[in-house]
Write a protein that binds this ligand. Structure first.
Ligand code: 3PG
Length: 306
């Protein structure tokens, strides 16, 4: 089978080498399309691929149409909002993700931004500490668990709001749970987002929640920019000069922040939460094994379009 790695944001070379080992040892051919600049390059590359490993690459209906032999696409990562599931399902293409494999990297980036911000960008100005602060996790999945572990190390008091967790998981988590998003946002100096981007969550974090944040609060977004209502965010920033926004990736309203809110935001130039060698190896190699296993045994354990 021809397996294509199509990554507009390339994996670390060591991850590609290990993916190659896994796939070629199983008798498949590995092809590489990295750092491509135009969707046309992807359309050409998928034409004869039987399987594909992607990251945040946009798998549009056009890509699915062009991929005439495609049987499986694995998103080496957690969020699969970049993949048109309907188009894949219509052509009976299996879609999988690799949950948990890059979560530590994302959690570390959230803390890196929090620390850098708390110390005023390392410019010599007096800052603040994380110890004793309340960290609110909006969703307690794989990234949330690493956030709690790291937060405990810093002496933070950890809270979460998650609609989908059983009471049993909550009890064993070692953190406190809020009964509503309002309670979480109203109580925590740091609120960190770990919800997926889907029809229910897009634009769901807006003015009504953000206005509840306590004085000096920091909103940390290593999830997706789409879950924020940027109108609501800008309205809160216009009304209050005490809150900050740290985001992995640039929001649409970046220019307004640059003009008006210096020192109250950090935006990474490119989405880079999962951009570590370790995360690339974990997610990439997991994806390779899932493809090899799918072709060998039909294993669909991580299928998301059942
Ligand atoms: C994910 O959903 O796994 C993360 O957002 C990582 O995305 P990336 O692989 O495009 O860096």
């Amino acid at each position: 089978m021809k397996i294509l790695i199509a990554t507009e944001k390339a994996f670390a070379p060591v991850a590609v080498r290990l993916i190659r080992e896994v796939t070629e040892e199983a008798g498949h051919q590995l092809h590489l399309l990295e750092n491509y600049k135009s969707p046309h390059e992807l359309l050409d590359a998928v034409a004869d691929a039987d399987a594909m490993i992607v990251r945040s690459d946009l798998i549009t209906p056009e890509v699915v149409d062009a991929a005439r032999k495609l049987k499986i696409v694995v998103r080496a990562g957690a969020g699969y909002d970049n993949i048109n599931i309907q188009a894949c399902s219509a052509k009976n293409i299996v879609v999988m993700n690799t949950p948990g494999q890059n979560s530590n990297a994302v959690a570390e980036l959230a803390f890196e931004m929090m620390l850098y911000h708390a110390r005023s960008g390392f410019l010599g100005k007096s800052g603040t500490e994380l110890r004793g602060k309340r960290l609110g996790l909006h969703a307690f999945g794989n990234v949330g668990k690493y956030m709690a572990e790291i937060g405990h190390g810093f002496g933070m008091d950890i809270f979460a709001f998650d609609l989908f967790l059983s009471e049993d998981v909550k009890k064993r988590s070692g953190i406190k749970f809020c009964g509503s998003a309002e309670e979480l946002y109203g109580n925590c100096q740091y609120v960190s987002l770990h919800i997926p981007a889907n029809e229910q969550t897009k634009c769901s974090i807006g003015y009504d929640l953000l206005k509840l944040l306590p004085p000096g609060a920091v909103l940390v977004n290593t999830a997706r920019k789409e879950v924020i209502s940027e109108d609501g965010l800008l309205k809160v920033f216009a009304e209050r000069n005490d809150i900050s926004y740290l985001s992995d990736g640039e929001p649409g309203c970046k220019a307004v922040f640059e003009e008006k809110y210096k020192g109250r935001f950090i935006f990474t130039a490119r989405k880079m939460g999962a951009q570590t060698e370790e995360a690339n190896i974990n997610a990439g190699v997991a994806a390779a094994h899932q493809i090899v296993d799918f072709f060998k045994t039909g294993n669909e354990k991580f299928r998301v379009n059942k």
